[in-house]
Ligand binder design. Structure first.
Ligand code: TYC
Length: 114
C-alpha cells in the first residue's frame, strides 16, 4: 500500500485536505502451465504411440501421427499444455498405458516459463 500525504504543507489557515491512500493493484498471477512431453524410444510401435495420443489427448489421427513422427525424428515432442495437476494426470495415464501394454514409451512434464 502506498500512502501519499497531501497534508505536508499545512498551516493552520488552510483546510486539511486529508490523506490519499492508493491501493496497489493486487498482483494476480496465473498458475504456471506444464507441457506433457513424449520421449522417443526404439521399441514402442508407432501405431501404439498414435493410439495413445488419440486416446489420452483427444488428438485426431492426423495430428497424432504428426506428433509421433516429430518425437521419432527429434527425440521429444509436446502432446499438450495443461495446469500442473492435469499434466500430471495425462503423463501418468500415458506411462501406465504403455506399461500395461508392455511398451517402454514414456512421457514427462515440464513447466513452461513465460
Ligand atoms: N521410435 C519408435 C519406432 O521406431 C516410435 C516411437 C515414436 C516411439 C514416438 C516412442 O514417443 C515415441 N518404433
Amino acid at each position: 500500500m502506498i500512502e501519499l500525504s497531501e497534508d505536508n504543507n499545512n498551516d493552520s489557515n488552510s483546510p486539511d485536505i486529508g490523506t490519499v491512500v492508493l491501493e496497489k493493484d493486487p498482483q494476480v498471477k496465473e498458475p504456471p502451465s506444464y507441457q506433457v512431453v513424449l520421449i522417443n524410444d526404439d521399441y514402442t510401435p508407432m501405431e501404439f504411440v498414435v493410439f495413445v495420443l488419440q486416446t489420452v489427448f483427444g488428438h485426431s489421427h492426423e495430428k497424432s501421427t504428426e506428433i509421433m513422427m516429430k518425437v521419432h525424428t527429434k527425440g521429444k515432442g509436446v502432446c499438450g499444455i495443461f495446469s500442473k495437476e492435469i499434466a500430471e494426470m495425462m503423463s501418468y495415464e500415458v506411462n501406465t498405458m504403455s506399461k500395461d501394454h508392455g511398451h517402454p514409451l514414456l512421457s514427462e512434464i515440464e513447466p513452461l516459463t513465460d
